[in-house]
Design a protein around this ligand. Sequence first.
Ligand code: ADP
Length: 376
Amino acid sequence: MDPVKTSSPLRILLVEDDEHDRLAFRLAFQKSQVSCEITEYIRAEEALEQLRADASSFDLVVIDHALPGMSGLDLSKKLVDEKIPLPLVILTGRGSQQLAVEALKAGVDDYIIKEPGPAYLDLLPLVLPEVVRKHGDRLARKQVEGKLRKTNEELKYFAHVVSHDLKAPITHIQGFSSLLLEKYQEKLGENGRRCLERIESNVRRMELLISDLLALSSIGRVVSAFKYVSSLEIVRNVTSDLEDRVNQKGIELVVPDNLPTIYCDGNRIYQVFENLLVNANKFMRETQNPRIEIGCEDKEGFHQFYVRDNGIGIDPKHHREIFERFHRLRQIEDEEGTGLGLAIVERIVNNHGGRVWVESEPGIGSRFYFTIPSVG
Ligand code: ADP
């Protein structure tokens, strides 16, 4: 047999000076069979004292507005100011909508208008548990947001440490190893030189890894100015910066001259093209007639760019995971890769409101697409 489900009773602190209303409140819950424990106070001051001493014995505070002495609204404001962590519901008389609005502005969770008749009483057992649930959700969300803020702060600090404290020793290693190579060539001998070259190439790799990590951690945080920029100009700048590498492999680079003007952070989009083109160049290998083509089509409110190569291609089963951080498909014998390039591309494109994906077949080549919303 299934165990009988029991839910713990709703613990309500009721501040109500009218004896009939208190009785009606209790009866409404009895009738509804919503299990509850009601602790009653007549004066706001007493309720305030109780809640300051121990709020944890309650799930919810229900406050009548018209109280002798401190009003229900003033009590609510005090509870909010003192950050008493309980949901608050205020009961107001008919025609007091203005007051209800004021109460909501002051931070109460909900209000219930006492109709002259008993109809509003039937609402209480339905509405009050819901108020408690929503309040709980809000608190949980705030906690998560707080944790996220803290993690972001830590990440910022980490990025700072990485950029300043790690880059300095790397620069030293680079400096001293090239000094060794330069001045002690003879003494080092063939083996010694090879070891130093390995050290240098690994240091370069580490430097690259650090700058990629920094780029990834700053994307999305740095708010740069979005402007209308010619994507053709961006592409021309990237290709001229990569010219040597492309020429070295005898790659034919095709760039149409009708690339659109886009609304974007130009430096970031430069990085997108750069990462995609560096990859297209890197994964070309021994292809006959190597060729990289850049293009763009307008599709349903987006500029859809592509970078296409006829390089080694990618097995469809890896099409998604290559965008994950540190995901590299094979041990590539070059010092350029960190496995972060496409993760950076995806983050930038997403921050621009677009998406990125790949169509590719091993041995045939790859076509990386990304979209940027067309604005104006
Ligand atoms: P990295 O290039 O530093 O290894 P990326 O995140 O840029 O890291 O790319 C992840 C992986 O995706 C690469 O290691 C490679 O296996 C694959 N890849 C990316 N671009 C291409 C391409 N144009 N052709 C074939 N494989 C690619």
